[in-house]
Design a binder for this molecule. Structure first.
Ligand code: PMP
Length: 290
């Protein structure tokens, strides 16, 4: 396996960062998760834009132009002969000393991993997922805005541990004041009386690229949609619930906090959007040859 590492494609066995890298010491850096489907990178420009927005938000200057980043991502896919895959670009503050000061890190570390990812067992896509409400609240936007896709994912990891302890794979994270924000690695949608809704990202959620794609598909399919602040009661009372994310794609949720959603089976709006999403990912993207 080849890893892009500071401008070179090197063997996985040689791809190590320094213990003085502030990505390791402080989670000081940003990352993306991107998918390629049959030789098409899905929404590559949107992912690169978000990576650079996240870097800007933490005052980290990525030492590549967006075009160079795009080429590096495609080169990494090609070097690994992957027509289908999951790509993880990472930019850290770089090597510094043991203090926090980012000025001590002259050169950001840039890595790109192209591999595979399977978040949930296949049967969960047909039967649906059981999830819980995490006791860990989502980061307060004025402390660490969840719109920044930073390497500091401990907030999400703690909520994931809540999920695992409850015997589930995912957890809903609430804002500090009790509104539904998102899950540990996915956005959340509900369907009620044929209308699709998801929380607005400014309450404290990542602006998911799959989320945006699903909103676009809903428009094309003439499914009514709105961004809505919601409480857990809205989730419990929904006709359908599903999660979206690059790694997860679209996954139905059938049980929340041990309560069955509607009949406890994935619903028709979820199925319609899933089929449309599948078609979109196989027809729209940045094309490359391996
Ligand atoms: N929320 C969080 C916290 C995430 O980490 C992710 C990405 N894994 C998402 C939502 C979904 O975003 P996207 O659709 O861009 O992958």
């Amino acid at each position: 396996m080849k890893i892009y590492f500071n401008g070179k494609l090197i063997d996985r066995e040689k791809a190590y960062v320094s213990v003085f890298d502030h990505g390791l010491l402080y989670g000081d850096g940003v990352f993306e998760g991107i998918r390629a489907y049959d030789g098409l990178v899905f929404r590559l420009n949107e992912h690169i834009d978000r990576l650079y927005r996240s870097a800007d938000a933490i005052e980290l200057k990525i030492p590549l132009t967006k075009k160079e980043m795009q080429d590096a991502i495609v080169d990494t896919l090609k070097a690994n002969k992957l027509r289908d895959g999951y790509i993880r670009p990472i930019v850290t503050r770089g090597v510094g000393d043991l203090g926090l000061d980012p000025r001590k890190c002259p050169k950001p570390t840039v890595c790109i991993i192209a591999h595979n990812i399977t978040l949930y067992p296949k049967e969960m896509y047909s039967n649906g997922l059981a999830i819980i409400t995490a006791k860990t609240r989502r980061n307060y936007t004025q402390a660490l805005d969840p719109r920044i896709k930073s390497l500091n994912y401990l907030n999400n990891v703690l909520a994931k541990i809540d999920a695992i302890k409850a015997g589930t794979e995912e957890a809903i994270m609430l804002t500090h004041d009790g509104y539904v924000a998102e899950c540990t690695g996915d956005n959340i949608f509900i369907v009620k009386n044929g209308e699709l809704a998801t929380p607005p990202v400014d309450i404290g959620a990542l602006e998911g690229i799959t989320r945006d794609a699903v909103i676009g598909l809903a428009k094309n399919l003439k499914i009514r949609f709105s961004e809505k602040r919601m409480k857990m009661e809205d989730v419990y009372g929904a006709d359908e619930v599903f999660l979206t994310g690059t790694a997860a794609e679209i996954i139905p949720v059938v049980v929340v906090d041990k309560k069955k959603i509607d009949g406890g089976k994935p619903g028709p709006v979820t199925a319609k959007l899933t089929a449309a999403f599948r078609e979109l990912t196989r027809s729209d993207g940045v094309k490359y040859e391996v």
